[in-house]
Design a protein around this ligand. Structure first.
Ligand SMILES: *[C@@H]1O[C@H](CO)[C@@H](O)[C@H](O)[C@H]1NC(C)=O
Length: 261
């Protein structure tokens, strides 16, 4: 195990059945035996942000499966300014030069539609690599319309909780989206997937891939602690607890997926 301050998502591809697991807010590079894809991002507390080039380079040394990189310059909404778009394009260019295997991004218009014009520009920058539209999808006004837009834009997959707080709550919508997609785009459920609900989500949706965090908390190694000081503002992450990718969770998620898919 190599210690790095990172947040990761990974996807796995086993046999012909494709599915993925995401590892969230991890401080070590987990044993990804059986995994076929890794999604790399930073700052999972904000839902995932563009990771640093340093993180990418270190992870690439240890992880030999394809790495998809999140391109999201900040937390919050998915309505980007011209300068933020400039940053996103530059990040795509830099990450491509590091030989990543794909991108995960998304952009919306102010009225809650997929920003087709901007997505076209970002896709052009990312090509020929595959691109996943991330959970910005869960914030759209009309998910059926948004899915058609993503298909016509040529996104390879969309990550969604079914426009709900978790993939379990959003299960009916996820199923509807998969039925609507008819193999034109991969609909990948994500958001709160654990060993407890994975089988239900796969069986209930018909999904061939999934995305989840497989994480658990670990106590900080700090011996000196000042609990009256925190780094965050109104919402704050616990200073003395770490989120780590949990190998045993990865294994049991793998086993459940293998049995279900
Ligand atoms: C912890 O932080 C508080 C607030 O800044 C400070 O008053 C206190 O002296 C600190 N305690 C220790 C043990 O350093």
């Amino acid at each position: 195990m190599v210690l790095i301050p990172a947040a990761m998502f990974f996807s796995i591809l086993i046999n012909s059945a494709r599915y993925c697991i995401g590892v969230a807010e991890s401080f070590s590079i987990p044993d990804l035996t059986g995994a076929g894809r890794l999604e790399l991002c930073a700052s999972l507390l904000e839902g995932g942000l563009t990771p640093s080039l340093g993180l990418l380079q270190v992870v690439k040394q240890y992880i030999k499966i394809p790495i998809f990189v999140m391109v999201r310059p900040r937390g919050g909404d998915f309505l980007y300014s011209d300068q933020e778009v400039e940053v996103m394009k530059k990040d795509i260019e830099l990450m491509k030069s590091q030989e990543v295997d794909g991108f995960v991004l998304g952009a919306l218009t102010e009225d809650g539609r997929v920003d087709a014009e901007l997505c076209m520009e970002l896709l052009a920058a990312a090509r020929p690599l595959p691109v996943t539209f991330h959970r910005a999808f869960d914030m759209v006004h009309d998910s059926a319309v948004a899915l058609e837009t993503l298909i016509s834009l040529g996104f390879e997959r969309v990550l969604t909780s079914g426009c709900d707080i978790s993939a379990l709550e959003g299960l009916p919508v996820i199923k509807r989206l998969i039925d609507q997609a008819k193999d034109r785009i991969i609909v990948m459920p994500g958001g709160g997937i654990t060993e407890r609900n994975l089988q239900r989500i796969l069986e209930g949706s018909g999904a061939q891939e999934f995305h989840c965090s497989a994480r658990s908390s670990r106590d900080s190694a700090m011996k000196f602690r000042n609990t009256s000081v925190t780094m965050g503002a109104s919402f704050s992450a616990p200073e003395y607890g770490l989120k780590v990718a949990d190998v045993s969770k990865v294994r049991s998620l793998n086993a459940i997926a293998k049995n279900t898919l």
